[in-house]
Design a protein around this ligand. Structure first.
Ligand SMILES: NC(=O)c1ccc[n+]([C@@H]2O[C@H](COP(=O)([O-])OP(=O)(O)OC[C@H]3O[C@@H](n4cnc5c(N)ncnc54)[C@H](O)[C@@H]3O)[C@@H](O)[C@H]2O)c1
Ligand SMILES: O=c1ccn([C@@H]2O[C@H](COP(=O)(O)OP(=O)(O)O[C@H]3O[C@H](CO)[C@@H](O)[C@H](O)[C@H]3O)[C@@H](O)[C@H]2O)c(=O)[nH]1
Length: 442
């Protein structure tokens, strides 16, 4: 099948590469000429394990092409997939500017029957708007479909080629047949539903996962007070098949380009029909506060943070990605600077992206985890990269001037840290207070 994907971000690029991997002829289009140039030269604009190799193999096989020429790419296609960004407006609502612009360009390039589907996460009713816009620009036949995406950054290829399910929202048998056929080789459950339900499934899924995270974070906060261990609690809860073990990892809360944006968008979608989504509002509020638990623990351990040097391990919103959008590290760094501390930061892949958002002279940029830890009063783990989990903590402790280890992701076991002289503060688990003195600020 000839497929054109509009937008080569995390979703468009991964989808395009994976459809090519399945044997289709794919055009990936982006208006960002630099991105396209990089892709054509065999480079990859994002860090996503396995994506670079798969992209090159498919380009060499002649199945995958990159272009800025949307109209040429659309003219050739049977299926056009919109995967442009839908960022938040200040109100929290999804900004559909990029979707509208892409649809206008597609409309102008239509030259025969095509299925146009929206993979971007869009509010309920957006596909109707796409249909309207397209009909204004093109009089011939076409069908539209909602094809929400559920991939996670860091495991995007696996999630795309082995998804839990494919959701297809359409009112056209022809589109339904084409899209089911496209996804059949993935050997997964395919739910064909109406367009509005498909649009809602995406928001409801993200909102539910975010709810699980905020729920377990509140349980963790209570565990700290009643001296229970949230990892044991989550394990015990997860054994109930009705609950399941996933997304019960307590920590410093969710970040990324999806949960924060999609939860606030759903609150707005509800608000627009005069429904007050109280539960989701609390989920968002709990998440906002949770990242500052790192700061409270630093205060608890060190008192004032003025003049302190605080090492931060991990800037990406999760491991295996360079994405720092809505990463908890952003607000933690801001607060530390506000409080007069010096953050010493290190991330294996997200340093450049973080620097683009926070190029503050008060930040010390380090080239290794050990360099960040060196001479710091406290060390905070914010992203559970494997290299942090496997590091020699005795060596880390020896390099630090202080003894405080805040584990914002429960990445270490008590066994790993005990006996090293750390004051160890995990999330929702008993902290380990080995005898230590609070160092003087120099
Ligand atoms: N990032 C994820 O993990 C993820 C997962 C599932 C769903 N989504 C949803 O998918 C959508 C895309 O997300 P993303 O993270 O890939 O976005 P992104 O910002 O990484 O990429 C969007 C790309 O679209 C390009 N673009 C915008 N307008 C264009 C146009 N008119 N023509 C050609 N290219 C254009 C931009 O230049 C950019 O490269 C969003 O709605 C998001 O909510 C994202
Ligand atoms: O038990 C958990 C699981 C995740 N997180 C945090 O939640 C955020 C999101 O993690 P994850 O869902 O793994 O990554 P995303 O790439 O943001 O993927 C989510 O958002 C995408 C965009 O909509 C969806 O496609 C995916 O299905 C959905 O999982 C990260 O900050 C994680 O640290 C936790 O704190 N505890």
């Amino acid at each position: 099948m000839n497929i054109t994907v509009i937008g080569t971000g995390y979703v468009g690029l991964v989808s395009g590469v994976c459809y090519a991997e399945l044997g289709h002829q794919v055009y990936c289009v982006d208006k960002d000429a630099e991105k396209i140039e990089l892709l054509l030269s065999g480079g990859i604009p994002i860090y996503e394990p396995g994506l670079g190799e798969m992209s090159c193999t498919n380009m060499e096989a002649g199945r995958l092409r990159f272009t800025t020429d949307l109209s040429g790419a659309v003219a050739d296609a049977e299926l056009v997939i919109i995967a442009v960004g839908t960022p938040s407006l200040p109100s929290g609502e999804a900004d559909l500017r990029f979707v509208d612009a892409a649809v206008r360009e597609i409309g102008a390039a239509m030259n025969g029957y095509k299925v146009v589907c929206v993979k971007s996460t869009v509010p309920v009713g957006t596909n109707d708007r796409v249909r309207e816009l397209l009909s204004e620009l093109y009089e011939g036949p076409f069908d539209i479909a909602s094809l929400p995406e559920f991939l996670r950054e860091g495991t995007a290829i696996r999630d795309t080629l082995a998804p839990d399910r494919i959701i297809i929202g359409t009112d056209s048998q022809r589109a339904s047949k084409l899209l089911s056929g496209l996804h059949e080789p993935l050997n997964t459950r395919i739910l064909i539903t109406d367009i509005r339900s498909a649009e809602m499934i995406k928001y409801a899924s993200n909102a539910f996962l975010a709810t699980k995270i905020s729920f377990i974070n509140e349980i963790a906060n209570i565990c700290e007070k009643v001296k229970a261990d949230v990892t044991e609690v989550a394990k015990g809860m997860g054994l109930d098949t009705r609950i399941g073990p996933s997304f019960l990892g307590a920590g410093i809360g969710y970040g990324g380009s999806c949960f924060p944006k999609d939860t606030t968008a759903l609150i707005q979608i509800a608000g627009n029909v005069h429904y007050d989504f109280k539960l989701l509002k609390s989920v968002v509020e709990v998440n906002k506060e949770q990242r500052y638990s790192v700061i409270s623990k630093l205060h608890q351990a060190l008192g004032s943070l003025e003049g302190r040097t605080i090492a931060l391990w991990g800037l990406a919103f999760k491991p295996e990605t360079d994405d720092v959008r809505e990463a908890p590290a952003l607000e933690i760094v801001d607060r530390l600077i506000q409080l007069g501390a010096t953050p010493k930061v290190y991330d294996p892949v997200a340093m450049d992206n973080f620097r683009r958002l926070r190029n503050h002279p008060g930040i010390q940029w380090c080239s290794s985890a050990l360099e960040a830890a060196k001479d710091s009063d406290a060390l905070c783990l914010l992203t559970e990269w494997r290299q942090f989990k496997e590091i020699n903590l005795a060596e880390v402790k020896a390099a630090m001037s202080g003894t405080v280890l805040i584990d914002g992701r429960n990445a270490f076991s008590e066994q790993q840290v005990s006996g090293l002289g750390f004051g160890y503060y995990p999330v929702g688990r008993p902290s380990l207070q080995e005898p230590f003195e609070i160092p003087e600020v120099v």
